[in-house]
Design a protein around this ligand. Structure first.
Ligand code: GZL
Length: 377
């Protein structure tokens, strides 16, 4: 690299010399100015080159001395606002400034791509592998390969149910989220004098632990209360999926439903578009109670406006806790096996101030603009 900088200076000097030697007296004055400008440009180029060389050399030195921690992250995809926030959280924490080299793969909701990405990290011999598993099964073989390669794995967000070959899991309790939505709906219906609940569910991606947990939790309350779940289909955690399923529901179950449960915010946005197009009113002043999971800013905007009645948060900011796991491992310590992120429950109205979930009291927070402005995603 240094050799490259010297060659730039030599060329610049040659250009300056040639310019000075070729002209008349007045031309000579112009040529000298040109030569000075050329030399300045060469100096600037050299300085830029030097800074880049220094950065590269520092990174090389850090890598050589093992100071940079290389982290491979196999992310689900880019299907939702929640996912975008999850990715940003990891990129913010595992940055070069913080001493990391993040190898990021967006697996585009494709399990085969995700397994290939993990095997790619093994080939790269990264220091740590982070996985947000698209689905909860089919993992033991590749996790055994990680173990054989001596690369610790940290699972975030969704769970892996067919292998325990990973150091820690950081995420949410999805069944609790489903139970919370059910307990809130029970209390809300009672407060509103609604005695019959006919429910449509738009599920998340099939096989995802978030889908499984939210479905199981909500259904446990529905079965206990004798509610009628008319239909439950996957919207794949996307806005397009939510709209497509809701369009079908509006045609198949016209006038038969008064509750729609969307298993993430983006599905709720699609469902709103579909219900509006079908002339179905929803929200606090509508015929249909609308519930969502995740709690991104846009969903809370809709909740503040009364279009979404309640939102059950799923916190995407797991990266700081993942870094604590990595730093513990770097220090030769044993990190916690399961780390749960903090989550809240939001509503437009204050008629259900608290709910009881798994024997614990959870506050229903009334959404305000101030709260939204302070939200991290
Ligand atoms: C849940 C997460 C889900 C979100 C969706 O932790 O895996 O996937 O609820 C996202 O928004 O697509």
């Amino acid at each position: 690299m240094k050799r490259k900088i010297v060659s730039v200076l030599v060329c610049a000097a040659m250009v300056a010399t040639m310019a000075v030697g070729c002209g008349s007296s007045s031309d000579t004055a112009d040529t000298s100015a040109d030569a000075a400008a050329t030399e300045d440009a060469a100096d600037d180029a050299a300085a830029t080159e030097d800074a880049a060389a220094d950065d590269a050399a520092a990174a090389d030195d850090a890598a050589a001395t093992g100071d940079v921690i290389t982290v491979g992250f196999a992310q689900v995809g880019h299907e939702s606002d929640w996912r975008t926030a999850s990715t940003q959280s990891c990129q913010d924490v595992f940055s070069a400034e913080n001493g990391y080299d993040l190898q990021f793969v967006d697996c585009d909701n494709d399990s085969a791509v995700q397994l290939e990405a993990v095997r790619g990290f093994i080939e790269q011999d990264v220091d740590y592998i982070i996985i947000d598993p698209i689905v909860s099964t089919g993992w033991d073989t590749v996790l055994t390969e990680c173990e054989d390669a001596g690369i610790p794995v940290i699972v975030i967000d969704r769970t892996i149910d067919d292998s325990d070959k990973y150091v820690s899991w950081v995420g949410s309790e999805f069944k609790t989220e489903g139970l919370a939505a059910g307990e809130w709906l029970k209390a809300y219906a009672e407060a509103k004098g609604i005695t019959e609940l006919n429910i449509l569910v738009i599920e998340g991606s099939t096989g995802a632990s978030a889908t499984i947990g939210r479905t199981d939790g909500f259904k446990e309350i529905a079965d206990r209360e004798g509610w009628n779940i008319i239909d439950s289909q996957t919207g794949d955690f996307t806005q397009e999926g939510g709209q497509t399923v809701m369009e079908s529901y509006c045609k198949s179950y016209e006038g038969q439903f008064n509750v729609v449960i969307c298993q993430n915010d983006n599905e709720a946005f699609g469902a709103m578009d579909a219900m509006t197009a079908a002339g179905v009113s929803y929200g606090v002043d509508g015929d249909v109670i609308l519930v969502s999971f995740d709690g991104c800013r846009t969903a809370l905007d809709y909740c503040l406006a009364g279009d979404i009645n309640a939102v059950f948060e799923c916190n995407p900011m797991a990266a700081p806790m993942v870094e604590e796991v990595i730093q513990a491992l770097e220090a030769g310590e044993t990190p916690e096996a399961e780390i749960y992120v903090e989550e809240s429950c939001f509503a437009n109205e204050d008629i259900v101030p608290t709910i009881e979930v798994n024997g614990e009291s959870k506050e229903m927070t009334v959404v305000t603009q101030e709260l939204i402005d302070a939200r991290p995603f």
